[in-house]
Design a protein around this ligand. Structure first.
Ligand SMILES: C[S@@+](CC[C@H](N)C(=O)[O-])C[C@H]1O[C@@H](n2cnc3c(N)ncnc32)[C@H](O)[C@@H]1O
Length: 449
């Protein structure tokens, strides 16, 4: 936006503007422009909508806002499927877009990130792989407890743009029936015990969150209740996490009341998953994702593979039968314990795992294991720091398979690799998260010569 709003004052937090949305930004918000061209990124708005948007953060060049009223719906909008107490599901921000349009938008965002942010060219952008299920695909949901003005306990989600309210959820269409049943049982138990929700502002009350995780193939459900420190009747959950003070999040000291580990089956592997370990939230699509990693890795049976950010070892273990040896690195010790156990129980003897920060682990791993032929990287949304990319370059691997859940961080990382002599060969977007703006893709980089 060159020469945009030098004269007009930028909007202030709480201001409401009527805006027509003309496109979707990276990350999924709608882009609206004030008459003078000032750009506003609007959560909950789709291209073609006219919305009333309430301003949140406001900067010199742009502002962020949440749609509080749909004044005129885009002609391509479809009715919302997942609605909680009249509020569109905050976990399904793109549900108003027909699925084919969601796929188009995701593919376009991957291309835009790579070409514009990464200034990359010459690669093949493969067709996006659609999800196997458009709804009820999530194997993990985190719910928050709240209270209605009359004191009734609610268990659901924060509506868009609000951190204090909770809309009660009866049936979220991202969750399976099994997940919903477990959730509603625990909410009903808590109501019958008269337990209050925790209020983060005045630090009173007990119940903070409920995490319901599921083994889709094993049909197991694992429930984890997150509370403030308090005495209350033992709940019928598998795990109980206690968090003191105002801090948000759901991670803390956890006691085991039922099943400690969740079991899942994936790519012919039987997997154990600790509650502290990452696991892809769409089980069926994770299988597809790992198949693409295998295709890009193109192993012949002899290669040394580094699996960086390996979680419970899923990628490395699916590659191990076609590799000479696999070395996994991951920072969460519980996930590494799972990875080791998962190797043993699946009869895999050529995989080794190390609990360490990837930033520090690659150099000693190179000394211990020797130069890898293939490096697989699957980092969190923030991508890799420049330093970690340098460590990856130092491995001298012929082939890098980069699994990314954020094309805007893949782009600069890939550009740094290209500068160091790699070629971005191909990229395949995959839709792991229908109804949301989240985008997964797998990129193949090869060293010339
Ligand atoms: C997107 S997940 C991928 C996990 C695994 N590859 C899978 O497919 O299930 C990213 C993983 O990186 C781990 N992680 C985050 N920061 C890390 C770091 N600095 N060093 C090593 N692992 C890290 C997280 O704990 C998480 O397990």
């Amino acid at each position: 936006m060159t020469g945009a709003p030098t004269q007009a004052a930028r909007p202030r937090r709480g201001d409401e503007l009527e805006l027509r949305i003309d496109s979707l930004a990276q990350g999924g918000r709608g882009i609206g422009r004030r008459d003078d061209g000032f750009v506003v990124f609007v959560a909950g708005a789709l291209p073609g909508d006219v919305v009333r948007a309430r301003i949140g953060k406001s900067k010199r060049g742009y502002a962020e806002a949440a749609a509080v009223e749909l004044i005129e719906a885009s002609s391509e909008r479809i009715p919302d499927t997942c609605v909680h107490e009249g509020e569109p599901c905050p976990g399904a921000a793109w549900q108003g877009l027909p699925y084919a349009r969601q796929l188009e938008a995701k593919s376009a965002q991957v291309e835009e990130a790579l070409r514009r942010l990464g200034e990359l060219e010459g690669f093949e952008l493969e067709e996006i792989v659609p999800a196997l299920e458009e709804w009820r695909y999530r194997n993990k949901l985190e719910y928050s407890f709240g209270e209605r003005p009359d004191g009734e306990l609610t268990l659901g989600f924060h509506p868009r743009g609000s951190w204090q309210e909770i809309v009660d959820v009866e049936d979220c269409h991202l969750a399976s029936d099994r997940n919903t049943h477990a959730r509603n049982e625990i909410r009903d138990w808590a109501r019958s015990e008269g337990l209050p929700a925790h209020d983060a502002v005045d630090e009173r009350g007990v119940l903070r969150n409920l995490v319901v995780r599921e083994g889709v193939r094993t049909q197991q459900v694992q429930t984890r209740l997150v509370t403030a420190p308090a005495e209350f009747p033992r709940p019928s959950v598998d795990l109980h996490t206690v968090i003191e003070g105002q801090s948000g999040g759901t991670t803390g000291p956890t006691g085991v009341l039922g099943e400690e580990h969740l079991e899942e089956e994936l790519c012919d592997l039987r997997l154990r998953i600790s509650h502290a370990a990452f696991f892809q939230t769409n089980t069926l699509m994770a299988e597809r994702l790992y198949a693409v990693v295998g295709e890009y890795a193109a192993l012949t049976g002899t290669e040394r593979v580094f699996d960086l950010f390996c979680g419970i070892g899923t990628i490395g273990l699916t590659l191990a039968p076609k590799a000479g040896e696999v070395w996994g690195v991951e920072s969460v010790p519980e996930a590494i314990a799972d990875a080791e156990r998962n190797a043993t129980r699946n009869g895999i003897t050529n995989a080794r795992f190390t609990a360490a920060d990837a930033r520090l682990a690659v150099t000693p791993l190179l000394e211990e294991a020797g130069k890898p032929d293939v490096v697989v990287i699957d980092p969190p949304r923030a991508g890799l720091s420049k330093k970690v990319v340098r460590r990856v370059i130092e491995t001298g691997a012929r082939r890098i398979v980069y699994v990314s859940c954020n094309p805007t961080t893949l782009a600069p990382n890939a550009a740094q690799l290209v500068e160091a002599g790699y070629r971005l060969v191909r990229v395949r977007p995959m839709d792991m998260f229908p109804q949301t703006p989240h985008i997964e893709c797998v990129a193949l980089l090869e060293r010339a010569g």
